[in-house]
Design a protein around this ligand. Structure first.
Ligand code: GLC
Length: 752
């Protein structure tokens, strides 16, 4: 492919990229260099004259949100054939959990605990996005999220740093493949750097105050993993972090990211987040904001134009240097060379797979199956279904009621951040059940009612029809939850019950005495305490994406078995938030004995009579469902947990094993989890920390011995001096099916 004009004399793709960057930089004017540092929004669907002129003049380094292929190719033509130096454009788009084929929201994908599946889903997403000329996406979002009031928990991989690190790397590998120049590979982006998920009260964009030790031991961990993995870009966050907004925080992006971590990738600000430094009151105006963002080492400004408007002046005033500008622009040019854009700036969709093709949909279905978590499954005495309600059996059912606003809503099941997803490609629960009936030639009668128009409906007008449907059916499948608009960016909730009249609807259907399966589609964990005893089974589907319907129906009728495990803790009540498994022990840890409910307190009880421990008087201290929890259609037994290395020297390997038995009557997959606890250290350490996991397949009645080996480096943490250390001492270790296990073994780390 011929090179852009004027470059053939001093550039060729056989040169080392560093040399190519240097050559090009030496030919650029200061205005052209500053132009590379600006990302401009465009979703016109055509190339406006003004934008074409700016691209031709070298004022733009990247476009965000244009996905019309002809327009993107036209932009690249102007950039590479009509501008003076022919520098191609980065084309950015949020491809958070799919482009046209939509996969479960990332929080749902996290519930699969399947890095390989997530890698494949990201790769398909990249292939589809690349058909429109997109070559950069702003994912994975790896903000540690402990507060389900925060709408963006939907985009995260949940509360745990290790799980988020492993799944974030897998997603990035899927987008980037092993070579960014591959056809269909797109640059990924670790976001939002850092601490965004700790927004006070879960209110989006709100202030975050995170002590450095907690920042390094929890929130920074996934970002370090992605930096080490070689993710192409980072995005700085909106939030005020300890008084210094993340998009003007040179400690964060210079000291930690560039100097400590030696990260050489490109950093982009979040949308307007540099301009917003003045809204924070951190800078007085756009010029100061540009200086702060620049000094923080942010290579490219997204959406706002403080760089374009003020960097030249700042340079002339000697507040920034040409060397600094060259360094920032070099990171941008390197990415463009790495992406192969100078050799191939144009997109030929024929080199890429069809959108929403059967293979992509099959992967979306498999991912949705693995993402669903079975939270409850018990038989209902007295009904014809005396066994655990799930899986439903077509042989035993003559009629089935399908109730709820999400049983047949191809849009809502897609979830948040689906810029390019379309409901026309969705297959819903109802359509999948109808297909199942047709395929199995069964005479199952369906009775269908929405009950409520949508998840926020407060009217009970639809209840009567729904109750009638339930009353004339052998069992009921209810598909309830949150509309997709109730999670995602700027969509935080101060309560996290099922919204609208859905709880009342469950109450009304429960009064019919029919067995109920509740399928929940939501962008966060919800508080289910009010309804959990009114249904016989709960399948948590998050927002499951295009193929959510067939996935859920395969699970409901046993074609597939649930294997998902929770990536977040489910609180009993809102007031427990933040509640997460890897908490600190405190000086007065609560126990069952010390957790006395206020209704059990005698009148005029003396001040210290209740036990002085870290509990609430009005709710049990444990979660409704713990991190790592998930049922299947079989039962599994863990036994003979054994530490094979009771004493390990620093730098050695800790080995442990456990026997797991499938005590049920059908095959199953179990995500086996290994947790450790550092009992005494120079800073307090969590009561449990996930350190490894693996999925084990078990035939009915099969027993396997599962062995884990972890290097002692996995036990490292940042001490009071903010040094990453592993300290000798005593540890506890669990291998279990969730984080609530009480069965542990012990080992000791010794100095060499
Ligand atoms: C948004 C989000 C960020 C996204 C960017 C581009 O405000 O915070 O996650 O990638 O802007 O859409």
């Amino acid at each position: 492919m011929s090179l852009s004009p004027n470059l053939h004399l001093v550039d060729n793709e056989k040169m080392p990229t560093e040399q190519r960057v240097k050559n090009l930089l030496s030919r650029m004017t200061i205005a052209e260099k500053i132009g590379q540092m600006s990302q401009v929004q465009s979703y016109a669907g055509w190339l406006t004259d003004e934008l074409a002129a700016d691209i031709k003049a070298g004022k733009i380094g990247s476009i965000i949100n244009e996905v019309d292929l002809d327009t993107v190719n036209a932009m690249q033509y102007v950039a590479t054939k009509e501008s003076r130096l022919g520098i191609p454009l980065l084309i950015g788009r949020d491809v958070i959990h799919g482009f046209k084929t939509i996969f479960p929201i990332p929080l749902g994908q996290a519930a699969s605990w399947q890095p390989d599946l997530i890698r494949q889903a990201a790769h398909v997403s990249a292939l589809e996005a690349a058909t429109t000329g997109v070559n950069w996406t702003f994912a994975p979002m790896i903000d540690i999220s402990r507060d389900p009031r925060w709408g963006r928990i939907a985009e995260s991989f949940g509360e745990d740093p290790y799980l988020t690190s492993v799944l974030g790397v897998a997603m990035s590998e899927g987008y980037q493949t092993e070579d960014l120049a591959n056809t269909g590979a797109i640059a990924a982006c670790a976001k939002h750097f850092v601490g965004y998920g700790a927004a006070e009260s879960g209110r989006d964009y709100n202030t975050t105050n995170i002590p450095e030790n907690e920042l390094r031991n929890v929130y920074l961990k996934p970002f370090k993993a992605l930096a080490d993995h070689g993710i192409a870009t980072f995005m700085t966050a909106f939030n005020d972090l300890n008084g210094v907004p993340a998009s003007g925080n040179d400690w964060l992006t210079q000291t930690v990211l560039r100097e400590e971590w030696q990260y050489s990738g490109m950093v982009v600000s979040d949308w307007d987040s540099i301009k917003e430094l003045s809204v924070h009151g951190f800078t007085a105006n756009d010029k100061e904001a540009a200086l702060a963002g620049f000094n923080a080492g942010i290579n490219m400004e997204m959406a706002s134009s403080t760089y374009q408007d003020h960097l030249l002046t700042l340079l002339s005033e000697g507040k920034i240097s040409l060397a600094q500008i060259d360094d920032m622009v070099s990171g941008i040019l390197k990415l463009k060379f790495d992406l192969g854009l100078f050799e191939q700036p144009f997109t030929n969709p024929e080199q890429l797979p069809e959108l929403v093709n059967p293979q992509h949909l099959a992967l979306a279905k498999e991912t949705a199956i693995k993402s669903c978590v079975l939270l409850k499954n018990q038989g209902q005495t007295g009904s014809k279904l005396s066994q655990p309600l799930l899986p439903l059996s077509l042989d035993k059912l003559n009629s089935l009621a399908v109730i709820g606003p999400f049983a047949d809503d191809g849009y809502e099941q897609l979830g948040t951040w689906i810029f390019d997803g379309e409901e026309q490609h969705s297959q819903t629960c109802l359509s999948a059940i109808k297909q199942l009936i047709a395929d199995t030639d069964t005479d199952l009668t369906l009775h269908v009612a929405k009950g409520v128009e949508n998840s926020r409906t407060t009217s009970c007008d639809g209840f009567e029809q729904a109750v009638n449907c339930a009353a004339q059916s052998d069992a009921v499948v209810m598909v309830l939850g949150e509309e997709s608009i109730l999670s995602g960016e700027a969509h935080s909730r101060s309560t996290i019950d099922l919204p609208g009249a859905q709880e009342q609807l469950i109450e009304a259907i429960s009064a019919t005495g029919k067995p109920i399966v509740l399928v929940i589609m939501a962008g966060r964990q919800l508080t289910l305490g009010n309804i959990i005893d009114k249904v016989d089974a709960i399948l948590y589907a998050w927002h499951p994406g295009s193929m959510g319907g067939p996935a859920i129906v395969d699970l409901l009728f046993g074609t597939a078995a649930p294997s998902g495990k929770l990536p977040v803790t489910f609180p009993r009540v809102l007031g427990q938030i933040p509640i997460y498994y890897n908490q600190k022990n405190t000086g007065r840890p609560v126990t069952d004995a010390s957790c006395i409910h206020m209704n059990d307190i005698e009148a005029r009880a003396p001040q210290t009579s209740l036990g002085m421990t870290a509990s609430h008087l009005d709710t049990h201290y444990t979660p409704l469902f713990p991190f790592g929890f998930g049922l299947s259609y079989s039962t599994v037994e863990y036994s003979n947990l054994t530490i094979l290395t009771p004493s390990v020297s620093l730098g050695g390997t800790v080995k442990a094993c456990v026997e797991i038995t499938n005590t049920g009557s059908r095959e199953m997959e179990e995500v086996v989890q290994l947790y450790t606890r550092d009992l005494v250290a120079s800073v307090t350490r969590p009561v449990k920390e996930l350190k490894a996991f693996k999925t084990v397949k078990l035939a009915a009645k099969e027993r396997q011995t599962v062995v884990f080996e972890i290097n002692t480096d996995e036990l490292a943490f940042y001490n009071r001096q903010m040094q990453l250390v592993t300290e000798a001492g005593d540890f506890q270790l669990w291998i279990a099916g969730d984080s609530a296990s009480t069965n542990y073994v012990e080992f000791t780390l010794t100095e060499n």
